[in-house]
Design a binder for this molecule. Structure first.
Ligand SMILES: Cc1cc2nc3c(=O)[nH]c(=O)nc-3n(C[C@H](O)[C@H](O)[C@H](O)COP(=O)(O)OP(=O)(O)OC[C@H]3O[C@@H](n4cnc5c(N)ncnc54)[C@H](O)[C@@H]3O)c2cc1C
Length: 255
């Protein structure tokens, strides 16, 4: 159980919860966050320094709305870090969608001069703008309220047509990541994507987060293009808490 040392409002419905505690996590790894008598859910480590770490949560349902009401001094159960981590290769481009940027933020902090393409529905959902103001960023919003009007995928396709990039790292809506997978295949560029599947244990024993023959919480959540190529569920299907396999559309509509 750790005490919340600080709460930072990052965006309209996104908050970062800081803990004065060291954590031995690598870029892309996640923790299981427990709010007693509410639930326990996976969250990426979004800030990490010697004696401090944080996660950033977007309020969308019962658990994340309960988190949203927490204050400095309140306590949360934290276990982890879990999962694999991103490789750290130079000459890279990081593509993030919505709150998915919280899963690639410690990666951005670890890479040398990554190019960043970041998209969100609208300006008020863009987070970490001050944090990355010194980075090379292309911003895209669906409604054109900030940056270019359009999708991250269009920006990436243009970029890879004009610039030699070694690897693309991505996290965000799976429909976006599937498109990025196809764009990277077209331009013969490596890809690593951080996937989201329903997780309960977080360390490979409950089997809830299966995606094809992979256990997302230990084989992933980061998968490279070769692995994604062998995962027909990627971009198509996911399993509900019950284990029932449904389309991604239905998966995200279930609260
Ligand atoms: C590895 C990983 C890292 C994540 N990192 C972050 C992060 O940094 N910030 C953030 O805001 N969100 C993150 N998420 C998603 C976060 O876990 C869900 O948004 C949260 O669980 C929603 O719970 P809820 O009760 O508020 O909403 P609900 O209404 O219960 O669910 C809303 C949606 O959240 C997803 N979800 C619900 N429960 C789970 C679960 N146990 N495991 C995975 N997905 C679930 C489903 O897609 C569901 O449609 C991450 C998920 C995974 C798997």
């Amino acid at each position: 159980m750790l005490e919340i040392a600080d709460v930072v409002q990052e965006g309209k419905s996104q908050k970062s919860f800081f803990f004065r505690h060291s954590i031995d996590s690598k870029p892309g790894q996640f923790i299981m966050v427990w709010l007693p008598s509410v639930d326990e859910k996976p969250m990426a480590v979004s800030y990490r320094s010697k004696n401090e770490f944080a996660f950033t949560s977007q309020a969308i349902g019962i658990f994340t709305n309960a988190l949203d009401r927490l204050k400095k001094g309140d306590k949360l159960g934290i276990r982890g870090p879990y999962g694999n981590s991103f490789s750290l290769k130079n000459n890279s481009c990081v593509v993030a969608g919505g709150v998915g940027i919280s899963s690639v933020s410690t990666l951005i902090d670890s890479l040398k001069n990554p190019l960043i393409i970041y998209g969100a529905r609208s300006k008020e959902n863009l987070i970490y703008m001050k944090r990355y103001e010194d980075k090379k960023m292309i911003i895209a919003t669906d409604d054109g309220s900030f940056g270019r009007k359009g999708f991250t995928t269009d920006a990436l396709d243009e970029l890879l047509s004009t610039k030699k990039i070694k690897i693309v790292y991505t996290c965000g809506p799976e429909i976006m990541m599937k498109k990025i997978f196809e764009i990277c295949r077209k331009h013969k560029v490596e890809l690593e994507a951080s996937l989201e599947r329903y997780m309960a244990c977080g360390f490979g024993i409950c089997g809830k987060c299966m995606i094809n023959d992979r256990i997302c919480c230990i084989d992933g959540p980061i998968f490279n293009s070769k692995q994604l190529n062998q995962m027909p569920d990627f971009g198509n299907f996911a399993r509900l808490k019950s284990g029932r396999k449904v389309t991604l559309k239905e998966y995200h509509s279930v609260h």
